[in-house]
Write a protein that binds this ligand. Structure first.
Ligand SMILES: [Zn+2]
Length: 231
């Protein structure tokens, strides 16, 4: 049975180990099936990528801990063990992606798409965060460098962005009040827009003062209600 010894791994530079690991991640994300022994044998980066992953692994999965013990003891792993490590990596990546998507803001993105279809070039949504501070999110223009993403401002200060895949950037990730407000907006956009209208007397989409009694009671203007997909 083929084995992978530590020798080759140890004599590889740290840069190359990381590069092997990076390539293993890209391949794992691309594949719609588990790694096989043949994949490992045919690749010049998967074995080292697997060992690097084992080296930096911080989790408490028994399999990974026993693989690390084996490697320390025998200075080598069997082909099937390397394949197993790669499939742990693959499962971890799939889990992360799922969590990230679950943490995204699909309704907000959907709302912006609808508003664009209705002819708004750069739709905005105004809302209030903790302490009744005014916040606004606005969609990036489709032809710009970040199509599909949206930006956040609080009291006119830039507060970060949400990428097209739904993930928040580092700036936004540190801003708990904004994240809480975005979560509420995503859960029920019309409700949050109505709250904004009731608090400020303005339409949360176009910013105009709400005048007619129906709009005042709804908390959003009739045209904008249509723009976000409801009549
Ligand atoms: Zn409006």
């Amino acid at each position: 049975m083929p084995t992978f010894t530590l020798d080759n791994y140890i004599t590889t530079s740290d840069e190359d180990k990381k590069e092997n690991y990076r390539k293993a991640i890209l391949l794992a994300k691309e594949m719609d099936r588990k790694f096989t022994d043949e994949d490992v044998l045919a690749s010049d980066f998967l074995p080292n990528g697997a060992l690097y992953y084992l080296h930096i692994y911080k989790g408490n999965f028994d399999y990974m801990i026993s693989m690390r013990n084996n490697l320390n003891k025998y200075h080598a792993l069997y082909l099937g063990q390397v394949r197993g490590i790669l499939n742990v990596l693959r499962a971890e990546l799939a889990r992360n992606e799922k969590e990230q998507n679950a943490e995204g803001f699909p309704q907000i993105l959907d709302l912006f798409e609808k508003a664009k279809e209705q002819g708004l070039k750069r739709p905005r949504i105004r809302f209030l965060i903790e302490g009744n501070r005014r916040a606004v999110i606005y969609a990036a223009i489709s032809t710009g460098k970040n199509p599909g993403c949206f930006y956040v401002k609080v009291s006119s200060d830039y507060a970060g962005m949400v990428h097209a895949d739904g993930g928040a950037d580092w700036r936004l990730n540190q801003n708990e009040p904004v994240k809480v407000a975005l979560r509420a907006l995503d859960n029920d956009p019309i409700k949050v827009l109505a709250q904004y209208g009731h608090e400020t007397g303005e339409c949360g989409i176009c910013g105009k003062t709400l005048t007619d009694p129906i709009s005042v009671s709804r908390g959003i203007g009739p045209v904008c209600l249509g723009r976000v997909g409801r009549n």
